[in-house]
Design a protein around this ligand. Structure first.
Ligand code: NDP
Length: 398
């Protein structure tokens, strides 16, 4: 319908990472001084960055077009809706029929529609195209997108407040990781308000007035909701094809990604299993093996590593301490907090965390959690070891 590449390439992971990179340079300058470089004065040009970012996204999207064309696929740029289990209407271009149909329409950001004043706010979709950087922003939510964008805006010099309704950010992650990251985000100047929600948002000449459940008002230039994403199934005609949807709108599938309709499959965020690009890719590959190579394959959703591109970033695989205690009873915990060598040299205050959760009886490592530079890269290798059921003794001997 729009451009090839999906959420990840067009309005997700990829542009987000460019923004993370852009926002890190101010802190590098401080580090450089500690290493003997003379102080430098530089300014950030948001529009110049956006232009470069959009150019790169267009290049990446173009690669998808080339690869698909080289593979012999016909690409139709139009909106599609299912008419029945084998018929797809391509809006404005007629009707096609197919033996097999794969739905991979992803998700869309969701914000609480009934909150008075929500129409004045943005989501991550708009954050990629703001005509100018705000002086101040309030980010709502405590998940991946909220903490990632809080780091981005704070790094770019925007006065940033993160407000989360729960007791601590990143629900579902290990509690030590959550506490550690909160401290590190605060050190970087991000204001974090916990246990608090909006009652309304009012647009005034002074900016957006955030009326909070605590009774306080906070005025900011911009308010961004990062309160989750919902599967994108509305208006797709799935009902006409008889495909069962969950209450959330997600397409319900079995372990082979097959829906209740024999010839229709779904992969990726539209199925709301683990909403990560590499997972969607493996689900797609498994579908291909099963249906076109006579090799029934299902993707194993256990032990999937994930990364939060906060500043500092988080890498995590396997169980949190709480989950492991629940499942295994007794666990051994190995936890280390330290200042990285690069930081101690100039007297910086950043701290890393690494935590291993070990099931006591089997001595298998069931969880590994890292907060610190390059944690997202490090965790991928750790994930291989954990998936292979490494024991603590084997880990130590390597
Ligand atoms: P998440 O589901 O991670 O977090 C949503 C947050 O919004 C939670 O903190 C939730 O609170 C809060 N929330 C939900 N409803 C409300 C409400 N009505 N009022 C106030 N707060 C509310 O969603 P994100 O939007 O951060 O990310 C969406 C998806 O995108 C995730 O599934 C993630 O997997 C994926 N993603 C992955 C990234 C990565 O791999 N690095 C990066 C970005 C996105 P509570 O905890 O209390 O429920």
């Amino acid at each position: 319908q729009h451009r090839l590449g999906g959420t990840c390439v067009i309005r997700g992971c990829v542009p987000k990472k460019f923004m993370v990179y852009a926002s890190e340079f101010a802190s590098y300058a401080k580090v450089a001084e500690g290493y003997g470089w003379s102080p430098s004065q530089s300014t950030f040009d948001w529009l110049k960055f956006l232009e470069a970012k959009d150019r790169e996204i267009a290049r990446l999207s173009g690669i998808y077009v080339t690869n698909l064309s080289n593979a012999g696929a016909e690409i139709v740029h139009a909106r599609a809706t299912l008419k029945d289990a084998h018929t797809v209407e391509i809006v404005g271009k007629g009707v096609v029929t197919a033996d097999k149909i794969l739905v991979a329409t992803g998700g869309r950001p969701w914000s609480p529609e009934d909150l008075p004043g929500v129409e004045h706010t943005i989501t991550s979709e708009e954050a990629f195209h703001l005509p100018e950087l705000p002086k101040s922003i309030m980010i709502v939510g405590g998940g991946y997108i909220a903490v990632e964008f809080a780091g981005i805006f704070a790094g770019l010099g925007v006065d940033t407040t993160l407000v989360y309704r729960g007791a601590n950010i990143l629900r579902g992650f290990d509690d030590d990781v959550r506490a550690h990251l909160t401290d590190e985000l605060k050190k970087r100047g991000i204001k974090i308000i916990l246990g608090c929600e909006h009652t309304s948002i009012e647009k005034t000449d002074a900016g957006l007035v955030n009326h909070m459940s605590s009774g306080h008002d906070v005025v900011t230039d911009q308010v961004m909701f990062a309160t989750g994403r919902k599967p994108h199934t509305k208006g797709l005609g799935l009902e006409a094809a008889g495909v069962k949807l969950a209450q959330s709108g997600a397409v319900m599938v079995d372990k082979f990604s097959r829906t209740n309709v024999d010839n229709i499959w779904a992969v990726g965020d539209v199925t709301d299993r683990i909403n990560l690009t590499p997972v969607a890719i493996r689900e797609g590959a498994a579908f291909s093996q099963t249906e076109f190579y006579n090799n029934p394959t299902s993707f194993d959703h256990d032990m999937v590593a994930s990364a939060v591109f906060s500043q500092p970033p988080v890498g995590s695989v396997g169980q949190s301490e709480a989950e492991a205690r629940h499942e295994h009873g007794k666990v051994d915990i190995y936890l280390s907090r330290f200042r990285p060598m690069k930081t101690t040299f100039y007297g910086g205050d950043d701290r890393c965390l690494i935590k291993l959760v070990v099931a006591q009886d089997s001595q298998k490592i069931v969880g590994c959690h890292v907060v610190g530079p390059d944690a997202p890269e490090i965790i991928q290798m750790a994930a291989i070891a954990l998936k292979m059921c490494v024991t603590k003794a084997q880990w130590d001997s390597t």
